[in-house]
Design a protein around this ligand. Sequence first.
Ligand SMILES: [Zn+2]
Ligand SMILES: [Zn+2]
Length: 149
Amino acid sequence: MGEDLHRAVADRLDLDGQRYTSGRRTLVETLVGATRPLTAAEVVTESDLSQSSAYRNLSVLEGAGVVHRVSGTDEFARFELAEDLTDHHHHHLICESCGVVRDFTVPDALEESVDALASQVARSAGFEVRDHRLDLFGHCADCRSATQV
Ligand SMILES: [Zn+2]
Ligand SMILES: [Zn+2]
């Protein structure tokens, strides 16, 4: 990751008639440095951009397909770089108590099993699978230990 990623982001923005401004680059770098999807408020804190600039540029990046919105269980949208830009296929653990969303990856063999299962389910519906998403909902370790006290 690095200049290749920034070039790919610039191309994607260009297709959408947008320029890759320094504010947008800062946002992309903020998301590159994050280990999980960030809320808009977290993006503001981490990027040091003003709230209005961060929100406006997030929405431009989302519109151009650079940034994806991850739906959780609370009212806060969370953002991450599109998987097809980062080439980092992953899944999410979503806490229904505190709302935190964490990334997780699974071994290739398990990914293949998920794909095989998905194709099998899809075939009976005449559907062709291109990709999958698998998000798990439940309670994170912090919330679980808090309720056990
Ligand atoms: Zn939690
Ligand atoms: Zn997967």
